[in-house]
Design a protein around this ligand. Structure first.
Ligand SMILES: Nc1ncnc2c1ncn2[C@@H]1O[C@H](COP(=O)(O)OP(=O)(O)O)[C@@H](O)[C@H]1O
Ligand SMILES: [Mg+2]
Length: 500
């Protein structure tokens, strides 16, 4: 296997997948699609790949069809070592030429071709996907070594490339989405994995976006928990920092939205906790139908996700996927003018409660769900298997209350078995957890069993960023179905269920 360059952090599965794609020996043309939001490291990854296995890389820019065609000709000439640019009279000509490079007698040598920022090209040359399709189809019959990777950040365009009636539908042998680093990898990437209290806060603001460390902050990393406040003031909250306007750019760039006001209002509603469709609509004072379009757009560009309630069919809540946008809506946007005039410290001093309630708290819940997707599974019964992980609401009609369950693992039922719940958990970022929290979970488990779910092996899990009371610890010691998970477990590799 071609080894991954040192500088490329993580991305092991992506690297292996790309190398296999680029060097596969079949003598037919192959197509791969690489997508993912801006700043996730797609270009970084693909450039490293081209560097290691060889091939042709072309990064499109926003340009007219004619200008991009000239740039493409010049880049190809450079790749081929020609003295003068190759002059194409049309994109049809260029695509035919490109596929000709690894055709027929050259078909036994795989040739990797990367076209980055493909959506820019498609915008200028709408027929490009059809031209690519024609050549791909042609070289399923004639021998070819072409390994074409189309890459881009505009999720709406990239998703559309393979949509049902699109020319490239069914042609791609590989579809890769480059995602943010998970919370543990992000901590290692920032070098803060030894300090989970800092790592959670950092992740709640910057998430797992690789570009923010070097490219945006030139490696300005908070060195300790006490440095976190000054660090925020000199980076994200400083009008001089490129991160300051990043949340706004993300929305404008990703969604290609011109009128961003309505979109920001929708995001602000979700950030404030009004996260159902009806809740968002009433927060911004519109009818539910009026926000359908912005919700769809935000979902399509992966800035919002809709999470199904695991207990109540048809109910769902929206969540902002990019922590920085959530942070912006909750902390920065309400104080924008002050921040612009350089009052970062004052604004931050007054925003800490809001940060805990609206940013860190919900973020911590999402991290706990991510934990259950990985190592957390070890604390469940082994035959609980891999269930669906999510959150939901249990209705307590007798007490006229709703119990919010932050983390749950469900097994769907089949012929002989009832649907089962293998764990329910509560996550508290800022508060020491006690027996009262456990009691709510006990009650929720009873109610779920009463609703016909198999809850006989259901663990009750308390996740806390601030520790547990002695009484709760004692209960966990006596009852194997009660599990406490602190920051040490969330960030540790093993010892799940041990005390941290
Ligand atoms: N796997 C990684 N390891 C280290 N740094 C990375 C990694 N991925 C991305 N980066 C950093 O993020 C920056 C932006 O990545 P880039 O490839 O331009 O993102 P994209 O093409 O997805 O918009 C890179 O210049 C690099 O500094
Ligand atoms: Mg890029």
């Amino acid at each position: 296997m071609t080894t991954k360059p040192e500088r490329l952090f993580d991305r092991v599965a992506e690297w292996d997948g790309l190398v296999a794609f680029a060097s596969g020996k079949t003598q037919t043309a192959r197509l791969g699609i690489v997508s993912g939001r801006r700043r996730m490291g797609k270009t970084y990854l693909l450039r490293a790949l081209v560097e290691r296995v060889g091939g042709f890389y072309f990064g499109a820019t926003t340009a007219t069809a004619g200008e991009s065609l000239r740039q493409f000709g010049a880049a190809l000439a450079e790749f081929a070592g020609a003295e003068v640019p190759i002059v194409f009279d049309s994109w049809d000509h260029a695509v035919t030429y490109l596929f000709g490079l690894a055709a027929r007698e050259h078909a036994d040598k795989p040739l990797l071709v990367v076209i980055d920022e493909f959506p820019y090209l498609v915008k200028a040359v709408p027929e490009l996907p059809s031209l690519v399709q024609r050549e791909i189809d042609r070289y399923q019959v004639e021998p070819s070594g072409t390994r074409l990777l189309l890459c881009g950040s505009a999720m709406s365009v990239m998703g559309g490339l393979l949509a049902s009636n699109a020319p490239l539908r069914g042609r791609a042998q590989m579809e890769m989405v480059v995602r943010p680093f998970g919370y543990r990898d992000a901590a290692a990437f920032w070098g803060v994995e030894k300090d989970p209290a800092l790592a959670v806060r950092l992740h709640a603001v910057l998430g797992g976006t690789p570009a923010y460390r070097r490219q945006f902050l030139a490696d300005d990393v908070p060195i300790s928990l006490t440095d976190f406040d000054p660090w925020l003031s000199r980076t994200v909250l400083s009008p001089l920092s490129p991160l300051f306007r990043e949340a706004r750019y993300l929305l404008a760039e990703e969604a290609e939205i011109r009128d961003t006001a309505l979109y920001h209002s929708v995001l602000a509603a979700v950030a404030q906790g009004s996260n159902t469709r009806g809740g968002i609509a009433s927060y911004i004072g519109r009818k539910a139908v009026d926000i359908s379009h912005p919700l769809t757009v935000l979902e399509d560009c992966h800035l919002l996700v809709r999470e199904q309630d695991v207990f109540r069919a048809g109910k769902s809540v929206y969540r902002i996927t990019e922590p920085l946008i959530n942070f912006y809506e909750a902390v920065m946007r309400p104080s924008w003018a002050r921040l612009e005039s350089g009052q970062a410290q004052q604004v931050w001093a007054r925003s800490k409660e809001r940060f805990t309630a609206q940013v860190a708290g919900p973020h911590f819940e999402a991290m706990c769900r991510e934990f259950m997707l990985g190592d957390g599974i070890e604390m469940l019964d082994s035959d609980a298997g891999f269930g669906e992980i999510g959150c939901g609401i249990v209705t307590d009609s007798a007490a006229r209350k709703q119990i919010q369950i932050d983390v749950a693992v469900m097994q769907s039922g089949d012929g002989g078995h009832k649907a089962a719940v293998s764990m329910i958990g509560e996550a508290k970022w800022g508060a020491t957890m006690g027996l009262n929290h456990l009691d709510r979970l006990v009650r929720a488990r009873e109610l779920l069993a009463g609703n016909g779910l198999d809850a006989s092996n259901c663990r009750l899990v308390c996740f806390s960023g601030a520790g547990f009371s002695d009484a709760l610890r004692d209960r966990a010691d006596q009852d194997a179905n009660v599990v406490l998970v602190g920051l040490a477990q969330l960030y540790g590799r093993h010892e799940v269920g041990d005390r941290g």
